[in-house]
Design a protein around this ligand. Structure first.
Ligand code: G6P
Length: 612
């Protein structure tokens, strides 16, 4: 949450920062601001999106070769101009942008107030900045040393960039718990929350580690030291990301582009990791730890949001195929309930961004209790990827739409491969069944492509149901997590209240909600539960609910019963989530669009949740 961008070098900072902020807007879009240093320090900030900031800055001076910019997802203080970043210190000399939360801000602020400091905003960030200023004054130290001393007093998470009016050839950046990447150009440096604002300027980057401070000298060196004052030599990575992957490529929205990328990203994710003809699966990340993983007494999966839903699918798959008990935990609950974990457990952390604060803390707890951590992340070099002992990248490329789509599909792909590899190693699956599933997996990208062809029909249904106030999504077995994920997509972007439920459990509560105004969406693609799901559909029909069913092609029993239906290609039941999620993503997209919602940037949400 919150996107930060900074620049120091020979170019004008403003256009670089504005463009960068637009790329990072998925991280928050409550307000945006920019501080530029030329002879003087000017701060321009505005409630709303980066576009509102651009309108606000029209006609104002935006000159300066050094600058810091921010797009905010509010934690401390409501979204408004006053709480927007950058913040300025009492003397007016320092400006800061911050992503994270300073937990002990109240006690620090009380002390600063006693020392005569005043505060203009309701933010924890302004407290940190004035603490730095106070240390700088009292101890007569450089800005970087003041930052180091201040951060040693701080509890919480941060990625910050600070500039000092009196030292116009220097930017200071630091991180703990929130990501920060430094781009190295010719006589210039870029700083950002992720690589997307940097990619078009340079491919050379340094990922700052937790508790590291970087000093970027204009036209000079990049110095890194730890909070403990130990010098570090920067390790330069080469960015593999392509510019096209972070642009819309002709689609109206990132979300739609990402939905349509699914056949390709599933294929990319499987590539080199399995061979149906030869009957093998190889998740490279497991090799070194295969004995521990194969002998795990229990697998605990921890994640948030959509990633938690892919964890639920994995529970079905791993238990069914590899016969290992699996527990799926919300990371936010797991980390605070003193979980029983031992060195015999394997903890799988699933995260698109690899930065979700709760998931990161959950694995830290599991690590302390000696469990093996297997991370499944999309963002290369992300904190969760780095904190894991073993892991697999999902290789879906950047996901920018706030509602996760393609990242979910590749998580499920990896987890399916993991379940199969475990089953093969443990001898809980016959070689013929394994090859049958692998052959079927090879057809999945094409089946997802076919499922995308339901788009026109889905659009018609969207028009018919867009004004509903509530939606129920029901499924059994592997279709239940898909019901949860379909409902989450709808509520995230269209603001219609939607609930996912196990179809049979409906009669213990949600059935009371059903009347002629309630659309009930059944995911009915699992043959093993066909008769039972038909009974559940009857139960809804008997109460005049409107039934929309996602069915396998040719399922005339359900198509005759349902008010509306969408046919998708049939596949092995274990792989069906990968196909059946597609029309649900499209339905949420079209309904949101028809209701005039901002599909890529739904209200109150952010893509990367780096606060707990
Ligand atoms: C936020 C996003 C969701 C995402 C969840 C977990 O809520 O809006 O789309 O599923 O965080 O994020 P992660 O990056 O850990 O998968």
């Amino acid at each position: 949450m919150c996107g930060i961008v900074a620049y120091i070098g020979p170019q004008e900072a403003y256009p670089i920062i504005i463009k960068g902020l637009k790329r990072l807007e998925y991280r928050g879009y409550d307000s945006a601001g920019i501080a530029l240093l030329n002879e003087s320090l000017s701060i321009l900030k505005k409630e709303g999106k980066v576009l509102d900031l651009e309108v606000f800055t029209k006609g104002k001076s935006t000159v300066g070769n050094i600058g810091i910019g921010h797009t905010r997802w509010a934690t401390h203080g409501v979204p408004c101009d006053r709480n927007a970043h950058p913040h300025q210190s009492n003397s007016g000399n320092l400006a800061i942008i911050h992503n994270g939360i300073i937990e002990n801000y109240a006690s620090l602020q009380a002390e600063l107030i006693q020392r005569g400091y005043t505060f203009e905003s309701d933010t924890d960030t302004e407290v940190l900045l004035n603490l730095i200023e106070d240390i700088q004054k009292e101890e007569k130290v450089s800005i970087e040393e003041a930052v180091r001393i201040a951060l040693n007093q701080v509890i919480g998470a941060y990625a910050i960039v600070i500039l000092d009016k009196r030292e116009p050839n220097k930017l200071v950046a630091a991180r703990k718990g929130s990501p920060l990447v430094i781009g190295i150009g010719k006589d210039e440096y870029f700083v950002a929350s992720d690589a997307s604002p940097i990619i078009e300027h340079t491919k050379k980057v340094v990922y700052l580690n937790d508790e590291e401070i970087a000093v970027l000298h204009r036209g000079g060196s990049l110095e890194i030291k730890t909070l403990g004052n130990v010098k570090k030599s920067p390790y330069i990575h080469k960015l593999e990301m392509q510019l096209e992957t972070i642009e819309k490529g002709g689609y109206e929205h990132f979300m739609l582009k990402e939905i349509y990328e699914q056949p390709q990203v599933i294929l990319d994710c499987m590539r080199g990791r399995m061979n149906a003809e030869q009957g093998w699966i190889r998740l490279g990340g497991i090799n070194e730890f295969s004995t521990r993983i194969n002998n795990a007494k229990r697998i605990i999966i921890t994640a948030c949001g959509t990633s938690w839903h892919s964890g639920l699918i994995a529970e079905y798959l791993i238990e069914e195929l590899a016969r290992v008990p699996v527990e799926v935990e919300y990371a936010s609950e797991f980390r605070y309930r003193n979980p029983i974990i031992s060195e015999k457990d394997v903890v799988i952390a699933i995260s698109q961004s690899g930065e979700t604060a709760d998931t990161l803390s959950a694995i830290q707890i599991a690590k302390e209790k000696q469990a093996l951590i297997y991370g499944i992340c999309n963002v290369i070099g992300s904190s969760i990827a780095r904190a894991s002992h073993a892991g697999s990248y999902t290789h879906a490329g950047p996901e920018i739409g706030v509602a996760s789509t393609k990242a979910f599909s590749v998580q499920v792909t990896i987890l399916t491969l993991l379940a199969l590899q475990l089953a093969q190693s443990k001898g809980t699956i016959s070689q013929s069944r394994l090859r049958q599933i692998l052959y079927e997996m090879e057809t999945i990208p094409n089946k997802v492509k076919e499922a995308l062809k339901t788009n026109d029909k889905v659009k018609e249904l969207a028009a018919k149901y867009k004004d509903a106030q509530n939606f129920l999504y029901l499924g059994r077995g592997l279709c239940f997590p898909i019901a949860l994920e379909g409902a989450l997509k709808l509520k995230e972007i269209s603001y219609i209240h939607a609930e996912g439920y196990p179809a049979a459990e409906m009669k213990h509560g949600p059935i009371a909600l059903i009347d002629e105004n309630m659309p009930v969406l059944f995911i009915a693609t699992n043959k093993s539960a066909h008769e039972k799901i038909v009974s559940n559909i009857q139960e809804v029909k008997a109460r005049k609910g409107k039934v929309i069913a996602i069915i396998n092609e040719g399922d005339s029993i359900i198509s005759d019963l349902a008010d509306d239906y969408i046919e998708i290609p049939e596949t092995d039941e274990l792989l069906s989530p990968l196909v059946s999620i597609v029309p649900l993503q499209l339905l949420a997209y079209h309904i949101a669009l028809m209701r005039g919602c901002n599909v890529d940037q739904p209200r109150n949400l952010a893509k990367s949740v780096t606060v707990e």
